[in-house]
Design a protein around this ligand. Structure first.
Ligand code: LLP
Length: 417
């Protein structure tokens, strides 16, 4: 059941009215429900209770320290794609030995730092990366635990920008290259092949592509075992979609078909879910600045923009937009747009709402890839973030101050031309 509900005519997050949040912290503000984050994580955890597993939350989806801290407290591991994300996890109380490090462009410095922190595994994406990692590990006298990210050439049926498991995508290596690289890793004293991984895309609404990928990975795991390379964990990545509008499979359903396919194999199952843990736990609270009705189009200009929530502009993604305090009045179709000087700056199009200037709106499903993708475009400070837990409200991310925005910039001294 959603933590966002209308009670006494006003939208609440758990026990706190969104109006009170706007009053206390202004708008635009991201609002996260702690309970929703916890229950999504526990849905994975409980479904896998009978087998060895580690849920490595994909930090990129929402990297707020408070979110990471809640998950660390529940025993989560983390999937990171930069040393910045690893440092965040540690700052939030996460354990480095539960971290897997993905991404096609790890630098030597990042590898060194991750080795020093003692992460659980490097999810390696190319032969050059594997050899570079071997060099870094040998220089510092360590053995790097590695997993090869296999690109299973499976169509996840999602938006082309977030589909990652096709041969033409930049991610991972094909199965035959992976087979060869396991031998390279096995023969190198600074590398230890411990796992296999894949990640085929995001917002995936059909379980079949996951199972197809799993088949591909398991075939290689079995072949490698015959060759004397026994892997300890299999990481099927993240990618399970959520119901923004369309209907998504339940976490429990996905986990039960996955574990049925794994059977009695002695392999720890690792997952890297991001969106399915945090998306529905967040909303972006914004206020209507101006209404611009016309014969051609009705625009509601709000104080949140594409710099705050990029998904609608970038992927043409649909997210529900709700009136915080619905009221009487003529409802019309509105394009909900931000103040940024681009026609592509919108949160939603053709939404039927009864609106007045000053109303609060909530862009739902904004807990994943919302604040995490925010920018300062148009010199707009990034929004505040709050977390609600029952009746209590915590500021977990201060709104940026204008002066923060150019603090790192310098005007050269002397003549500039
Ligand atoms: N693991 C790896 C290696 C990934 O690249 C990703 C996401 C995940 C896990 C988590 O996937 P999830 O469970 O969240 O689907 N900005 C886009 C989504 C980009 C996803 C990138 N990789 C959006 O707003 O839809």
């Amino acid at each position: 059941m959603s933590a966002f509900k209308h009670q006494q005519g006003s939208l609440h997050c758990e026990g706190v009215p969104l109006e009170a949040i706007a009053e206390a912290h202004g708008t635009p503000t991201y609002v996260y429900s702690r309970q929703t984050i916890e229950s999504a994580f526990l849905a994975y955890q409980n479904a896998l209770a009978d087998r060895p597993h580690l849920i490595c939350y994909a930090v990129k989806a929402n990297s707020n320290l408070a979110v990471l801290n809640v998950l660390a407290g529940l025993g989560a591991g983390f999937d990171v794609v930069s040393i910045g994300e690893l440092e965040r996890v540690i700052a939030a109380g996460g354990a480095a030995d539960k971290v897997v490090f993905s991404g096609v462009g790890k630098t030597k410095q990042e590898m060194l730092s991750a080795l020093e922190h003692g992460i659980r595994c490097f999810n390696v994406e190319s032969e050059s990366e594997l050899l570079t990692l071997a060099g870094v590990a040998a220089t510092c006298g360590k053995t790097a635990p590695v997993s090869m990210r296999v690109n299973p050439d499976v169509d996840a049926g999602t938006h082309p920008y977030i589909s990652t498991g096709l041969r033409e995508n930049k991610f991972g290596v094909d199965i035959e290259t992976a087979r060869r690289l396991y031998q390279v890793a096995h023969d190198h004293r600074a590398l230890e092949p411990v796992a296999i991984d894949c990640h085929i895309g995001s917002q995936i609404l059909d379980i079949a592509p996951f199972l197809e990928s799993l088949d591909c990975l398991l075939a290689l795991v079995d072949d490698l075992a015959v060759e004397g390379i026994t892997l300890r964990h299999l990481d099927i990545g993240g990618g399970l979609g959520v119901s923004y509008q369309e209907s998504a499979p339940a976490i429990e359903e996905y986990m039960s078909v996955l574990t049925a396919k794994l059977g009695s194999r002695d392999l720890e199952l690792v997952l890297e879910p991001g969106r399915s843990i945090v998306a529905l736990a967040g909303t972006l609270l914004t206020r209507v600045l101006y209404l611009k009705p016309s014969d051609a189009k009705n625009f509601a200009v709000v104080d949140a923009a594409m710099n705050d929530l990029l998904r609608p502009s970038l992927y043409d993604a649909w997210q529900d937009i709700q009136a915080v305090t619905p009221h009487e009045g003529e409802s019309r179709h509105w394009d909900i747009v931000g103040p940024i000087c681009e026609t592509g700056d919108f949160l939603g199009k053709d939404r039927r709402l009864a609106l007045s200037e000053g109303d609060l709106l909530a862009a739902m499903g904004a807990g994943a890839y919302g604040f995490a993708m925010a920018s300062n475009y148009n010199t707009r400070p990034r929004a505040a973030e709050v977390m609600v837990s029952g009746e209590s409200l915590h500021l977990v991310g201060q709104r940026e101050a204008l002066s923060d925005l150019w603090q790192r910039e310098r005007i050269p001294e002397g003549p500039t031309s």
